[in-house]
Design a protein around this ligand. Structure first.
Ligand code: BG6
Length: 483
């Protein structure tokens, strides 16, 4: 179903995110018929260029980052006619009247994507207002990082609130746009099977792992000021934790869902120092030039920033009291794998005797790659050998279950941009959620900074520092293998 006609202005329209995600994503929505032919995408950036130069930049980006087969049949050319460009100075006057003239359409949805450094958010918002573009129908889209601590996030929220209502602000966390992340809600609240067991009485613990094989790449300068906590845990892992732990919202509407997520974040216990493991990756011994160690990659020989973080936390409420949540994320690990595992408790009594063996049910929700859900179930080992119990997976890979044509692959960004146009904020973070997440994060970071904690080195292509394994072993538990 096509969305209504829109004008989407991309500030930072020539930048990395626009080239890798936003433009290719919009192109795919165009190919699928969801983006109407009369929609307009206006790139706005500092560089001097004409509309046709911008179309060429977009064409190149689409070829490189995901146009695919549709590029060959003339669709790309048609899509490019939707593009326009304005040279703009975010902190000056240049370009603003031209931009205003281009988005003056009365009955069109107007969205402004702030794909720029957060330090420019205030300047952009102010100029949008002074040029008559911040009216009540405008929507703005802002990227992470949304602040680097509570104070800066509050300041950003206050700045945006001067010009826009909360209902107009779409804070992106691209993890919320991932197909399986939404499936998480479908699985929890669309089945009778799981919800009765979804609490501390039946769940032993929950693990959330987001492992990456890539290092910091060319983003060293940004990353070294952030680290895994600010880059991944405060936002992506926190959102996953909220969706797993929240109470059932009364309906699938933006504020009903976000109210429940907020309650989870506010109920998070502070994290004890000995429940935190931080690491920095070593060089790949086989190719240290291409894959140097973390400190070389960020060009900071004394860096104390973590490229790996594991921690244990608790949610202090009736449902989860006593159930640990283990979070783990890192770069340059052995596999790219994002998985949430709900590990259930042992059966109260084994009627087969301990020698038959005992296995815990584990429900694993795999976000990427090979999206799917696996439930470990205990059965009898086949054969004449008496009652021996084994654990077998009840496996549902979405690709297998739905068939190759069963599910259209929609990238997180394209889904979220279409949600902006449709005016659906369910998969976007509300200002109070972001602040609550920082309120939990800040004391943890302050704690390790005060203690002068130095991250432990870990092998490239491994599972992180040994202390991460110990964090689990101390509790008589194991991390799930990263595969
Ligand atoms: C980004 C982080 O938000 O998410 C990156 O800044 C990280 O450091 C990326 O690599 C991971 O996203 P995905 O979709 O590849 O899991």
């Amino acid at each position: 179903i096509p969305v209504d006609p829109f004008d989407l202005v991309i500030f930072g329209g020539t930048g990395d995110l626009a080239r890798r995600k936003i433009l290719p994503g919009l192109f795919r929505r165009y190919c699928s018929g969801q983006m109407p032919e009369n929609a307009r995408i206006i790139g706005a950036a500092r560089s001097d260029m004409e509309a046709h130069d911008y179309a060429a930049l977009a064409a190149e980006a689409i070829q490189e980052f995901g146009g695919g087969k549709a590029c060959e049949d003339g669709t790309l050319e048609k899509f490019l006619t939707c593009l326009d460009y304005v040279t703009i100075d975010a902190r000056g006057d240049r370009g603003w009247s031209e931009l205003q003239a281009r988005v003056a359409g009365k009955d069109r949805i107007e969205a402004f994507y702030f794909s720029v450094a957060p330090s420019l958010f205030g300047d952009l918002a102010e100029r949008l207002q002074s040029h008559g573009m911040a009216d009540s129908k405008a929507r703005i889209v802002v990227e992470k990082p949304f602040g680097r601590d509570l104070a800066s996030a509050q300041a950003l929220n206050a700045t945006l609130a001067k010009y826009f209502d909360e209902k107009q602000i779409y804070r992106i966390d691209h993890y919320l746009g991932k197909e399986t992340v939404q499936n998480l809600m479908a699985v929890r609240f669309g089945n009778m099977l799981f919800e009765p067991l979804w609490n501390s009485q039946f769940v032993d613990h929950i693990q959330i792992t987001v492992a990456e094989t890539v290092g910091v790449g060319g983003r060293g300068e940004y990353y070294d000021k952030s680290g895994a906590m600010r880059d991944m845990v405060q936002n992506h892992l926190m959102q996953l934790l909220c969706l797993i732990a929240m109470e059932p919202p009364a309906r699938f509407s933006p504020d009903a869902v976000r109210d429940e997520k907020l309650k989870v974040i506010r109920a998070l216990d502070p994290v004890e120092p000995h429940h935190i493991v931080r690491g920095q990756y070593d060089a790949d011994p086989d190719d240290p030039d291409a894959m140097p160690d973390y400190r070389t990659a960020v060009d900071n020989p004394r860096s104390k920033t973590e490229s790996f973080l594991a921690l244990k936390t608790h949610i202090a409420n009736w449902r989860w009291a006593g159930t640990p949540f283990y979070l783990r994320t890192g770069k340059r690990l052995c596999a790219r794998s994002s998985e949430i595992s709900i590990v259930f408790k042992d059966t109260p009594h084994s009627i087969f005797g301990e020698e038959a063996g005992r296995h815990r049910n584990v429900l694993s929700i795999r976000l990427q790659p090979n999206e799917g859900i696996t439930l470990g179930v205990t059965i009898k080992e086949p054969g004449p050998g008496g009652m021996r119990l084994i654990d077998v997976p009840l496996d549902m890979s979405f690709a297998d279950a739905l068939g190759p044509d069963g599910a259209e692959h929609v990238d997180a960004y394209e889904r979220l941009i279409m949600d902006v146009i449709r005016g659906n904020q369910t998969l976007f973070m509300r200002g109070d959620e972001v602040e609550a997440a920082w309120a939990w994060t800040d004391p943890i970071i302050e704690g390790w900074t005060k203690r002068g904690d130095v991250p432990k080195p870990y092998d490239s292509h491994g599972a992180g520092p040994d202390t991460s394994t110990q964090l689990m072993r101390r509790d008589d538990r194991e991390w799930r293998e990263i595969t």
